[in-house]
Ligand binder design. Sequence first.
Ligand code: PRX
Length: 704
Amino acid sequence: MTKDTNKANANESEIASHWREEELIYPSDEFANQANINDKNIKSNFTIDKFPECFKQYSDLITWDKEWDQILDSSNPPFYNWFVGGKLNASYNCVDRHLSDYADKAAIIWVSEQENEPDRVITYSELFVKVNEFATLLKEFCGLKPGDRVTLHMPMIPELPITMLACARLGVIHSQVFGGFSGTACGDRIIDSESNILITADSYNRNGKLLDHKVKADEAVEQASSNGTDVEKVLIWQRYPNKYSSSSPMIQGRDYSVNELLESYEGKTTPPESMSSDSPLFLMYTSGTTAKPKGIQHSTGGYLSYAAATSKYYQDIHPDDIYWCFADIGWITGHSYIVYGPLSIGATSVMYEGVPTFPDAGRPWRIAERLGVNIFHTAPTTIRMLRKAGPDEPAKYNYNFKHMTTVGEPIEPEVWRWYYEVVGRGKAVIVDTYWQTETGGFIGATLPGTEPMKPGSCGPGTLGIFPVILDENGNVIEPGSGSAGNICISNPWPGRMQTIWKDPERFINTYFKKYAKPESKDWRDWPYVTGDGATQSSDGYFRIVGRLDDVINVAGHRLGTKELESAALTVPSIGEAAAVPAIDDLKGRVPEMYVSLKPGYEKQTTIENDVKQAIATNIGPIARPAHVWVTTDLPKTSSGKIMRRVIASISNFVEVGDTTTLSNPEVVDKIKQQVQSAKIELNQVPKDIPQEIIDEIKRFGEDN
Ligand code: PRX
């Protein structure tokens, strides 16, 4: 990138923000009085001069086999070790240690998507048995040992947390791939993590249909083996025990039914491995700016302490609460706030198999009423969907929420208000939790008992986290200035990722290079770059605007433009492809693809479908583009870079802006005519786009 473009970018990313300030809303006394943190001075224990010792309070929530002797080793930034010298086991912390007080308490309440199927309630003592039996199987039948990697490609069934905890018991690093991802995407993650064992399920219910899932395992194994990674064993859990629900045949010598194998492990136990605090607990792959997903590596001691403490202080979970995080365990939210956080503090965690609106938009509220859920946690996409499909449904049910979380995307103030007034009945607090796969747990949120809420803002940094907004030159953008910039975290924290699996260089380049002083050994010179744009108001509250890189946040899930583009390029006739975000009322953003054909190929009527299909096959249905626009050429700079901001503007009916740096400016009007007239015909013209979103669109893809 030349100096000049750098300068142009500086102006573009330091956009002015135009939203009006929202009012602060205070938690009720009733909530505040019962909150796990109701000391208004708590933050004085977490000031920067008390860092890193302040995080001892977090590690104190964990049972250590051996106490740590150094809280933070930051001698080799940005690679940090927390709770150095400490030893622990995550499975022990989530299961065994609760047996004395909570043996008969429900650890997991699982709800089928099929409303007439009974719930499965798994108490802590039952969880102990199941985790032990499966851990013994993994050890004895699969020969797994500490440090090995295992890929999981499981849907939302109780066997998923059981499998994760069984791996953790052995010190085996699990890598759960979102169940909705394709077999090919799973195969790529098997290759990167070098897993020889794949654990999956035969089927699951989604939107009223029983989906064949095992068939994806065959694709995953094939994808892995064509790249030289041999999967030796595929372990298959049965969605309906004792009944194989898949049309894909079991392959002898490779595929095993877990339910059958477990018969030989009844009542068997295996002791939890005592792991060093910095041994990796799991990998979670996420999209970045290249086609290759990044294996985000999380530690055992730091991560678990962080998940436990944020669950206690920010989710405000108490021993008697019924807590429901309506997310998928295939994403980080489920890892930290369905499994490791709540279970490490002995909570009852509800998990639900299916979609929010099946069979109707009253379903979540019926579940909440029936189970007595009092803490509810979900994403803006789900809230928008439920608001659209059944705005008056919550009033029909007699549930009683004290606390509600929103996570994963910016929430529009009017959606926030519906959540607050209609779902929460103006009584439950809302915590807007800002964080990422990489951060392990919340990094921006209000403390529910002591800090007021502000619709659309996540609030200040969480305890011990010091966010700062930097401009392109690394200068601090002061609170209240009205300008947006790159939100960074100034200091290390226990939940932060350790590195990118097998790629420390990419770790440095992605998260630190922009502002780090590479020769410095002081953590203060290594701010963590989130990749998000944000503003900070004069009261210190942050409002996240959206990604600054080539990532599209679809319904709270990250998709990299390069991933979408390389999937499109698997269609033989496609010569070039570019992915851009289009504004969507429900999902926040949806991807749209612009493609041009290789010379010698004629446009076929099937091409749009072929591209959609290629993307669904390579990534998963979640990534399916809303539109595929076949164009004769794409707007490019003289160096051949596709200018995504130009086509993103066209897709969203935003003014295209400067096209003087294009080598082929004449294509712009042609594409505009083609795309916009089609969208006008389809009645898909976005209305009243807020200025900050216009700004996001206008700079899309410009940051690298
Ligand atoms: O852009 C931010 C957005 O989601 C991204 C992280 O996505 P992922 O790693 O998939 O994790 C999602 C669940 C933590 C962020 O970089 N994001 C996350 N939470 C919020 C948010 N945007 C606005 N408000 C939030 N509360």
